[in-house]
Structures are given as structure tokens and as C-alpha cells.
Design a protein around this ligand. Structure first.
Ligand code: UD1
Length: 426
């Protein structure tokens, strides 16, 4: 993906303080924009953040003949017939989430043609589970030069399918396909991330029938067609984690409203163990961190309800100067910690071994002093983690590659700026 040369200038943050309301989740909005194609009447998605990935998804919708229109902070999707079954390569290559359009376009037109989706380079990101699941529902898959064509001229039918691993995207593909299929689909070993459950909630709000059963299982009754609805996507738990880790790394206190703390997959408990004060309410979280954090030992990411892979680099950034080590092993992606290079450039003691990153010092060592350095974001969450690290460094750091960050944060400098951080160059 080619990145325009835009950058942030960051200074060491003062003690961060304030209260913020959490925006809607990118990872919920993107599948919802695709799922809206299944609806025969208009859909209104409320409080949609203006992200580069949302612009790319709107680009795909426009090419398909279903333009999305902004009305204030809401997106309105008209219910018009699809004009093509070809997903435009120019938009697909910009983000991984182009893959969400496979199931709805296939279900609506009996065919979908697409080239490999782009997205952050976190290691190999195959789409075999999406394809295998759709084939189990009656689709036939064929290679066409560098692209793929899926066909289901007779429509999709329900099936029993156990995912090889609980892929978030593949579960979402199967929920959308099953909602449009004839008959009943049973999914096993499915992902149960809050954004997956939000898609199920949307399908049900549109007249579909998705039921979650205990133990990573879903049962979906195809209802032959969905109607549109007015829907507010769930809150962005990764955005929330970004702010919490910024405050933990820089010290300060923050109240975040509009988030269910249970969606934070253990981050509040980890920060509490590191020495912060945490108070959780039904729909809010308060965090206060003073003094040096305590290393957390070993932390492993895992599919929800395990600790989220997207939060791994953010937690690492918070723990850079901690007393004692924190080793975070990402079991979901192989290249999660490209940001380690930037942490090291700032003078943080880091050790990257395969998919495990260790930060912090021996308990008896003084806190390392970080110094400004030129930095390069190499992916979305790693880029945000470099922002958090640079806010702990003396002097002015310049961070390049902020296009990655724009994919998932409408205005990260604005959000952290509201707490007192100085970030220029948006
Ligand atoms: C989604 C999130 C991303 C998050 C990830 C894991 C969105 C838009 N993105 O990505 O932020 O980091 O979940 O929580 O929601 N895999 C296969 N074959 C497949 C599909 C996945 O091998 O067909 C592998 C992937 O390479 C990866 C693992 O499964 O190693 C998990 O990926 P998955 O859960 O599918 O992530 P995404 O849906 O791409």
C-alpha cells in the first residue's frame, strides 16, 4: 500500500486528564456496511466515525451501485439493485475489510469476483476459511488470472460448519451468508468478539434470525431477505484501549463513557495489576495512574474473551518504562510488533523474539528515559502504539506513515489532545 508522506509531531505529554465519550467501532462499522447490501429497504448507521477504511468501504459500495450518503455523523445506505458483481481492485487493495463484501454480493447476485484484499501487514492473512465456508453453502470457487470468482447461481443453502479457527472475519462472512441462505446454518468454533455479536444484533434488527449458543456456536435461520433498520454500532474497544494505555504510559486520569468494560478483554485488570486504579461501571470506565508501573510478566493474546491482539502493541507502549518485565506473545498474528523498532529508536529496552515482545527493566533498574526519534508507523495499531511511546519521550518526535493510523482513528491527536497531549500535523 503506498503511503502519502504525512506525519505527526509529538512532544512529551504532561499528566493526561479528562473525560471522553467512545466512538463507534471501526471493526463493527465495516462489516455492517457490507451487511447493509442484504437489506431491501434503506439502512441508517448512526455515529459512524470518519475513518479512511470507512471511505474505502463507501468507495466499494459506490462502485457496486449502492452509494452511502453522510447525514451529519450518520451514513444512509439506499436500497438499490447492485450494478456489478466485481469488487473494485482499487478499493479492495486498500483494506482487508473488502473481504466482508464477498458474502453479500454473492448472495445478492449469485456471483462475486475479487482480487486479494489488502490491509495491515501482520503476517500471512489467508481467506481460506471464508471461502471454505461459502463453498459449504453451495458456492463454487474458481481462479481467474490473479483473481477469484465465486458462483452460486441457485443461491446459498444452510449447512453445518466448524471453523478451523475462530476467525472474526470468516464468522462474519458466514453470518451474512447464512442470513441470506435457504434453511438453517450451524456454526461451530466461531468468533464471539463484541463486533461479531454486533453484526448478529444488526441482522436480527433487520428481521433476520441469528442465535448465539454457549461454546462459540451460532444457529442462523435464513429468512429469505432482510429489511433495513436504524442501527448504532457498538463502541470501539480498541480506541478505548488506546486512550487507557496512553494514560497508563504517561500517567494521569481519564473517564471513558459509552463502553461496556467487559468488552475490553481483560485490559482493565492488567492495568490494575500494573498499579493503576480502575473503576468500572456498566457503561463507563475510570482509570488513574500515578508513578511507575509494575511489569506484568507474561501476557498472551487470544480470540475473545482472551486479551485482544489489537491491544497488544498498545499495552506494550504503556509498559515501556515499567519496573519489571512484561512479555506479550501474540498468538493470532505472526508480525504484530513491527512497532518494536520504533520503541527501540526512542531508547526503550525491548526484545522481540518471533511473536513475543518483552519491554520494561529489571526490578532494581531505574526507569529508562526515552528520547525523541524519527519514527515510522508500519501498521494501524503499531502506529498508534508509537504515538503513545513518543508521548513518553523527551523532545519532539516525528512519526511518519500516519495514513495507517487514519484507517482506524478519526482524530487521534484530537482525542489525546483533549487530555492535554500535544500532537501536531494532522
Ligand atoms: C479482525 C479485525 C482485526 C483483529 C482480528 C483478530 C476487523 C475489520 N479486523 O481481523 O482488527 O486484529 O480480527 O481479532 O474486524 N485466518 C486464516 N484464514 C482465514 C481467516 C483468518 O488463516 O480465512 C487467520 C488469520 O491469518 C489470523 C487469524 O486467522 O492469523 C485471525 O484472523 P481473523 O480473526 O480472521 O482476523 P480479521 O477478521 O482479518
Amino acid at each position: 500500500m503506498s503511503m502519502p508522506q504525512t506525519s505527526f509531531l509529538l512532544h512529551k505529554a504532561p499528566i493526561l486528564r479528562g473525560s471522553l465519550s467512545v466512538p463507534s467501532a471501526k471493526n463493527s462499522v465495516l462489516p455492517l456496511l457490507a451487511a447493509a447490501l442484504l437489506c431491501d429497504t434503506p439502512v441508517r448507521l448512526c455515529r459512524v466515525p470518519a475513518l479512511a477504511d470507512v471511505t474505502a468501504a463507501c468507495g466499494i459500495l459506490s462502485e457496486l451501485g449502492r452509494p452511502a450518503l453522510w447525514q451529519g455523523g450518520d451514513l444512509i445506505l439506499e436500497a438499490k439493485p447492485l450494478q456489478t458483481s466485481v469488487l473494485p481492485a482499487c478499493w479492495m487493495e486498500r483494506m482487508r475489510s473488502g473481504v466482508f463484501f464477498l458474502a453479500p454480493v454473492l448472495a445478492r447476485t449469485g456471483r462475486v469476483e475479487f482480487c486479494a484484499p489488502g490491509g495491515c501487514n501482520l503476517g500471512a492473512r489467508p481467506v481460506d476459511i471464508h471461502l471454505e465456508g461459502l463453498c459449504r453453502m453451495g458456492a463454487v470457487c474458481e481462479q481467474k488470472e490473479n483473481c477469484m470468482v465465486l458462483r452460486a447461481p441457485q443461491g446459498l443453502h444452510g449447512c453445518n460448519y466448524a471453523l478451523r479457527l475462530p476467525s472474526v472475519g470468516a464468522t462474519e462472512t458466514m453470518l451474512m451468508a447464512a442470513a441470506a441462505a435457504k434453511g438453517v446454518t450451524r456454526l461451530d468454533n466461531a468468533a464471539v468478539e463484541p463486533e461479531v455479536l454486533d453484526l448478529a444484533r444488526f441482522i436480527n434488527a433487520c428481521g433476520g434470525c441469528v442465535r448465539q449458543l454457549p461454546g462459540r456456536r451460532f444457529i442462523i435461520r435464513g429468512t429469505g431477505g432482510l429489511r433495513g433498520s436504524v442501527f448504532t454500532p457498538t463502541a470501539d474497544r480498541i480506541w478505548c484501549a488506546t486512550v487507557l494505555c496512553a494514560v497508563a504510559g504517561c500517567t494521569g486520569e481519564v473517564e471513558l463513557t459509552g463502553i461496556d468494560p467487559a468488552a475490553l478483554s481483560g485490559l482493565p485488570q492488567l492495568l490494575q495489576r500494573a498499579g493503576c486504579r480502575v473503576e468500572v461501571q456498566k457503561n463507563a470506565i475510570f482509570l488513574s495512574c500515578t508513578g511507575r508501573l509494575q511489569g506484568l510478566g507474561m501476557v498472551r493474546t487470544a480470540p475473545f474473551p482472551g486479551f485482544a491482539t489489537d491491544m497488544a502493541p498498545l499495552l506494550a507502549a504503556a509498559m515501556l518504562r515499567a519496573q519489571g518485565f512484561t512479555t506479550i506473545c501474540d498468538t493470532v498474528f505472526t508480525h504484530r510488533f513491527a512497532c518494536a523498532q520504533g520503541f527501540a529508536a526512542l531508547g526503550a529496552p525491548v526484545c522481540l523474539r518471533e511473536n513475543c515482545l518483552t519491554v520494561g527493566t529489571l526490578p532494581e533498574e531505574a526507569a529508562p528515559v526515552l528520547h525523541a526519534a524519527p519514527l515510522q508507523a508500519q501498521d494501524l495499531r503499531g502506529g498508534a502504539a508509537l504515538v503513545l511511546a513518543a508521548l513518553q519521550a523527551e523532545g519532539e518526535s516525528r512519526l511518519h506513515g500516519v495514513e495507517y493510523i487514519r484507517r482506524g482513528y478519526a482524530d487521534l491527536p484530537g482525542a489525546l489532545g483533549a487530555l492535554g497531549a500535544q500532537i501536531r500535523g494532522w
